[in-house]
Design a binder for this molecule. Sequence first.
Ligand SMILES: Nc1nc2c(c(=O)[nH]1)N[C@H]1C(S)=C(S)[C@@H](COP(=O)(O)OP(=O)(O)OC[C@H]3O[C@@H](n4cnc5c(N)ncnc54)[C@H](O)[C@@H]3O)O[C@H]1N2
Ligand code: MOO
Length: 419
Amino acid sequence: MTGLKPPPLRNDCFALPAGVEWTPVDAALDMLRDRLGPVTGVERRPLAQALGAVLAVDAVARRASPPQANSAVDGYGFAGAVPEGAHVMPLADGRAAAGVPFDGVLPTGRALRVLTGAALPEGVETVILEEDVTLGDGEIAFRGPLKRGANTRKAGEDVAAGAVVLPVGRRLTPADLALLSSVGIAEVAVRVTLRVAILSTGDELTEPGAEAGPGQIYDANRPMLCALAQRLGYRVCDMGRVPDDRAALRATLDRAAQEADVILTSGGASAGDEDHVSALLREAGAMQQWRIALKPGRPLALGLWQGKPVFGLPGNPVAAMVCAIIFARPALAVLAGEAWAEPQGFDLPAGFEKRKKPGRREYLRARVRAGRVEVFASEGSGRVSGLSWAEGLVEIGDDGRHIRPGDLVRFIPYGGFGL
Ligand SMILES: Nc1nc2c(c(=O)[nH]1)N[C@H]1C(S)=C(S)[C@@H](COP(=O)(O)OP(=O)(O)OC[C@H]3O[C@@H](n4cnc5c(N)ncnc54)[C@H](O)[C@@H]3O)O[C@H]1N2
Ligand code: MOO
């Protein structure tokens, strides 16, 4: 399986049903989920290099965890339960410790010194905590009652041998590495890291640090998109800035398609005179202009360039980031082999008032202070400072709504998107 690449995406993978003008956000997301699939090959990696990688097959426990019944505490073990009242029990010689098992069978009616994590020897079913015991010369005294099995952990109580511990499509977390290791998995089959090419378009753009002529602005989208892709665990191919020149853009897209699995552009996504991204994709014959019922971020040009999916994000930085988070993020996840996951949000009281018209879903730059959701003072799509001020987005559904302070609104922290 290693090195095997999935089949290419279909040319019509971004096509909308005939006659569709405005696509609701959920319908657009459903289409991305249903039509995209993993585009990268599979490789094996040792656990130490698997953090953030996406499982290509289910991970199956090689053995049970814990592998045998063991003691949960430092204390004294014996057979069966003990009734209420005072008890004295003679101690057997020897002890059971983690990794150093007691080599023998404990006779009924005797107690054995056991330590936390020690495999329970034959004849030990129950353990009493050492703090609850008076240790005498060759015997212990304690009070009952104690149920059979008290202070012990059963074999396989966490994971049974052969169980699927993590499903295909899982992006591995630090906790997952603990789980895989605990069931004896040293190496995992994962997807090769998705390569994401990022470029900005527009004659007006220049780099911070460079001399900015009249009418020029510094490129804000590319550093944001590169960092976003990096934070999501992908390999970033920074393709730089491209002027509003069709030949230059074509050459850069060609290079991006060679170097990466997916291409993110910003600017030139709508249908104006200088909107070369959409024009070129249309020329290539595999372009769809999605008019998504979303604010901000209406124009989204989706297409294939030499078989590689292109997300033509809008130029306005707020729209670029919202579109990247809402659409590109889950789509990249699917291309990378990850299972589809809804962003994790919370319903919290609003600390603001807003009237919203029906028809488009809105995302506002937001953060939580004193248990209430605050929104950025302006909804302007060019206000980069608000993106940075915010710690997440408020999602306001497609219907019209009058939100008053104290009404519940859906807040999705950037972390809920994996950022
Ligand atoms: N007649 C219409 N005009 C516009 C519409 C519309 O529906 N009808 N939609 C507006 C909206 S909303 C957006 S968003 C933009 C999207 O257009 P493009 O994707 O073609 O973006 P550009 O025109 O290239 O740029 C828009 C804006 O963003 C600035 N920009 C672009 N790239 C960057 C960057 N990398 N860093 C910082 N700022 C960037 C650019 O200078 C423009 O100011 O269209 C509206 N117009
Ligand atoms: O995409 Mo525009 O606001 O919707 O910036």
